[in-house]
Design a protein around this ligand. Structure first.
Ligand code: GDP
Ligand code: MN
Length: 368
């Protein structure tokens, strides 16, 4: 899960990493009186806000009001701005880059640092980037910090501020279950202070139960998608007519492709996952019904999810929600015959091949 900059900075600050002082607003009425120049920063989950006009500077009340009203409610590369971070403007002497990310190939943390900060790290010459894989068992040690400050050509007081910050960043990465903890730019101010001018923190979604205070709801999700997410389903709303319930992301995608190929546009993506439970099937129907499709296609390749469980779920859902719109089922794999029998006793025919089921549901939904 991606965190907003202000949340990342709250975390940094709680671990002792210096950040500019500031506050968050949602409305122009929340503005506090100005006590110096400020930066107005759009809180959207994308990088490159500076270049896209999402960051503005103000040195008097009129400029501040203009910046705030100019940003709230607008879109930055498709993302609506509803939150702003108002921060003291810092005097930048130099911009650096530091990050710790999870390297999936090595399956270990990777620390990176560069004296070319403030720009996208992908655009920096690899020779100018310090990289080191950290052994998670031994963790971060100050020799890594000394290596980094020497690579960046830092000395004295600035170097020691840098080293202290790096060890704290590793603590953030580890204790907050991060996939990424990035500071770009890490700023050296004209006054000789090192601080995090930006924060990009990504928390491993599988650890969210340990970080419930950072619950970021994806602003691009529909209410039904959020409801589905809360119930543990992978669910995406689309604008077609045919509701889809399948198992496994691959088969679900293949089902959407096959429907599209037959000019039967899907109303949704729903992956039951690999859990063998009648309730999960019933609740999936409830979600799909809320999307109000013309017909529903259930496409199951039985494995962990057994065909007879799904069949029982379908008949239970049909009774519970009094479903009269067409349901087309394809069952194949583990306990297929048992599943087919259950459906037959409830007046539903189940296909064993996918394509005939696709054709049948397209026809049931009113044809191509
Ligand atoms: P991003 O473009 O989304 O990565 O947003 P950043 O927070 O990194 O800001 C982009 C750029 O704006 C930085 O690289 C800085 O050059 C500039 N910037 C941000 N905050 C300040 C500030 O307090 N003072 C000054 N002088 N520049 C700033
Ligand atoms: Mn940045």
């Amino acid at each position: 899960m991606n965190l907003y900059e202000y949340m990342g900075k709250e975390i940094f600050s709680s671990f002792g990493i210096p950040v500019p002082s500031g506050y968050v607003i949602h409305d122009v009425a929340d503005l506090k009186p100005l006590s110096g120049s400020v930066v107005v920063k759009s809180q959207v989950l994308i990088g490159g806000r500076g270049k896209s006009g999402g960051i503005k500077f103000a040195s008097d009340e009129a400029q501040l009001k203009e910046a705030v009203t100019g940003l709230l409610g607008t879109k930055i590369r498709g993302y609506t701005v509803s939150t702003l971070l108002i921060e003291e403007k810092i005097n930048i002497a130099k911009e650096y880059y530091v990050s710790i990310s999870l390297n999936r190939t090595e399956r270990k943390p990777l620390i990176m640092a560069s004296a070319s900060g403030g720009v996208e790290i992908e655009s920096v010459d690899p020779k100018e980037i310090y990289t080191r894989i950290i052994d998670p068992l031994t963790g971060y040690s100050d020799y890594i910090g000394r290596e980094i400050v020497s690579f960046l050509g830092l000395q004295g007081e600035v170097a020691s501020q840098f080293r202290s910050l790096l060890s704290k960043l590793y603590k953030v990465f580890k204790e907050e279950d991060c996939e990424l903890a990035e500071i770009n730019p890490l700023v050296l101010t004209a006054e000789g202070k090192v601080l995090a001018a930006d924060a990009k923190v990504v928390i491993d979604s599988d650890s969210l139960y340990r970080h419930q205070k950072y619950n970021v709801t994806d602003p691009e999700k529909t209410p039904l998608e959020l409801e589905a997410q809360g119930k543990g389903y992978s669910f995406v709303e689309m604008d077609g007519l045919i509701g889809v319930i399948a198992n496994g992301a691959g088969l679900t995608m293949a089902t959407l492709d096959a429907l599209t190929l037959h000019k039967g546009n899907p109303r949704n993506f729903l992956d039951l996952g690999g859990t063998d439970s009648i309730d999960i099937v019933v609740n999936a129907f409830e979600l799909v019904l809320k999307a109000n499709p013309k017909a529903i296609l259930v496409n199951i390749f039985g494995g962990v999810t057994k065909c007879d469980t799904v069949a029982s779920g379908i008949t239970a859902a049909k009774a519970k929600f009094n479903i009269s719109r067409p349901i087309v089922v394809r069952l194949s794999g583990v306990r297929e015959e048992e599943g087919r029998e259950i459906l037959k006793n409830n007046g539903i025919q189940a296909y064993s091949e996918m394509m005939p089921a696709i054709e049948a549901v397209v026809k049931a939904a009113g044809g191509a």
